[in-house]
Design a protein around this ligand. Structure first.
Ligand code: NAD
Length: 261
């Protein structure tokens, strides 16, 4: 399959799953707009590496996913510099772990903004161009937490349940326009997002690091294995293929059996 004539914008792609999406789509020939925070030199290394490794154009836009106007401007920027946004992956996300009574209000607001509302802004801005060209692929990175809850993750679980409602709604709206809208719901993937929540989970549950990894994280996954970023990215590549045209409004769950239990 080739995505040679396609242009893809991936939010939160300076790290983890987002970077893997960018590299997997570039490998199929798509031009890429990466986004996210990080050290400027490290981001430039990733951007230039995608161009060098795959012979595509790769641009960077540093829009803050808590700011709707910056998200709309990023879509316009990618359309202007790449020619279009044919594939939009709403992926940026953060986590915060705390009992509800201590959950900082600003963390709630930030997680809902980055993990849920940013996808609304991105789709709102990108759908008109996709409709005009009668082709589009929108993929939202949800989570096993779009289907089930875990304690101490109020904002994250609320945002991920919300993103599935948003996915289904937009899928219905654009169903006759050649655009599919789906979510991918991984279980635990070993990325900085997971690594960073270990100290807070140790505190909230009074556990050692090893106990958090084995008794909290991997205990949820019957396979007893972390999902890899490459596996998540391969699913996104499939969703962009012609064979996936009738997959829309779906939640592709890849959680090692977590939500089957
Ligand atoms: P990560 O921390 O490696 O990457 C997060 C990305 O989002 C980074 O590029 C970061 O710079 C960017 N980002 C954060 N705040 C931003 C903001 N305000 N504006 C712009 N960019 C911002 O995490 P990851 O594990 O790769 O997570 C990516 C997505 O996958 C998230 O939506 C997360 O909820 C989801 N997810 C992760 C796991 C997991 O186990 N790692 C499981 C299920 C779902």
């Amino acid at each position: 399959m080739s995505l040679k004539s396609r242009n893809a914008l991936i939010t939160g792609s300076t790290s983890g799953i987002g970077l893997a999406y960018a590299r997997a789509l570039a490998k199929e020939g798509a031009n890429i707009c990466i986004n996210g925070f990080g050290e400027a030199a490290a981001i430039e290394t990733e951007r230039a590496g995608i161009e060098a490794d795959f012979g595509v154009t790769c641009i960077y836009n540093g829009a803050d996913m808590t700011k709707g106007d910056q998200i709309a401007a990023m879509v316009q920027d990618a359309e202007a510099r790449l020619g279009s946004v044919d594939i939009l992956i709403n992926n940026a996300g953060i986590q915060f772990v705390s009992p509800i009574e201590d959950f900082p209000v600003e963390k709630w607001d930030q997680i809902i903004a980055i993990n849920l509302t940013s996808a609304f802004h991105g789709m709102r801005a990108a759908v008109p161009g996709m409709k005009a060209r009668k082709w589009g692929r929108i993929i939202n990175t949800a989570s096993a937490h779009s289907l089930v809850a875990s304690p101490f993750k109020a904002a994250y679980v609320a945002a991920k349940h919300g993103i599935m409602g948003l996915t289904k709604t937009v899928a219905l709206e654009v169903a006759t326009s050649g655009i599919t809208v789906n979510s991918i719901s991984p279980g635990y993937v070993w990325t900085p997002l997971v690594e960073k929540q270990i100290p807070d989970t140790m505190k909230a549950r009074n556990m050692t690091k090893e106990q958090v990894i084995n008794d909290v994280l991997l205990s949820a996954q019957p396979t007893k294995q972390f999902v890899t970023v490459e596996q998540v990215a391969a699913t996104a590549v499939f969703l962009c293929s012609d064979g996936a045209i009738n997959i829309t409004g779906s939640n592709i769950v890849m959680d090692g059996g977590w939500t089957a239990a």
